[in-house]
Design a protein around this ligand. Structure first.
Ligand SMILES: O=C(NCCCCc1cc2cnccc2s1)c1cc(-c2ccc(F)cc2)cc(O)c1O
Ligand SMILES: [Mg+2]
Length: 214
């Protein structure tokens, strides 16, 4: 009876999930999206690649662009060391409301903070707002045409450091051609492609991991 897809996803989680168990939250959302209705979470296949990059990077600070229902915030948050922080930006207040409840259900509301607003408005405020100097990892999963301008904005705002890992979703589907061209040709980045499939389908998609060289 939830009016929107995120609300139906949250109701399914509250009914079928195990409160405080982040692994179960990830699996329960994947089951909803695989059997009830598709939703634009990074999903289980690409999610395994996200897990590997997070575990290799062991980031103390993570910035996510595009929260949606909070699936990837929970997926990454569940792997962070105690004391680490994940900040996630969401444009749509209704999505942000659902995401906060999903994150709290998973028991990660101490590590994960949801900010509502546009990247162009919020990114320049992050240092002041959050008492964070630079991010160890960025997960890009918002408007595909915003990946490139927002990466340049992150550089200009001094939020990246030598070794910051940028991980971008959907570089094949829907695709982010200008962003890919930039991170693959700029001397400021070392990029690696991880082919995969679009969440809950067998359509080709992939992630791009780019290390900022400063
Ligand atoms: O659009 C996608 N994600 C972005 C929506 C969030 C908009 C925001 C803008 C904004 C600005 N500032 C701050 C925060 C934010 S959040 C998306 C779409 C597909 C897809 C959809 C149909 C299809 F047939 C095939 C793939 C798959 C995906 O994995 C996606 O991530
Ligand atoms: Mg995505």
């Amino acid at each position: 009876t939830g009016r929107t897809r995120p609300e139906r996803l949250l109701q399914y989680l509250q009914k079928n999930g195990t409160r405080g168990d982040a692994n179960n939250v990830v699996d329960t959302i994947d089951r909803f999206c695989g059997t009830v209705e598709w939703a634009m979470n990074v999903g289980g296949e690409k999610g395994k690649i996200v897990d590997k990059v997070v575990l290799e990077t062991n980031p103390g600070t993570v910035l996510e662009l595009g929260t949606y229902c909070g699936y990837s915030a929970v997926r990454m948050g569940r792997l962070l060391a105690p004391g680490s922080r994940l900040i996630t930006l969401e444009m749509n207040p209704a999505y942000a409301k659902v995401a906060k409840e999903v994150i709290a259900f998973a028991g990660l509301d101490k590590q994960v903070e949801v900010l509502v607003g546009s990247t162009t408005e919020l990114i320049p405020q992050l240092k002041k707002k959050l008492d964070i100097d630079t991010f160890d990892m960025i997960f890009l999963d918002h408007w595909k045409q915003s990946y490139l301008p927002d990466t340049k904005l992150l550089e200009e705002c001094g939020l990246l450091r030598k070794g910051t890992v940028l991980l971008a979703d959907n570089v094949i589907c829907p695709g982010t051609p200008d962003y890919l061209q930039y991170v693959r040709s700029s001397p400021k980045y070392l990029s690696q492609h991880f082919p995969s499939v679009l969440e809950y389908t067998n359509a080709p998609d992939g992630l791009e991991k780019s290390v900022y060289l400063g």
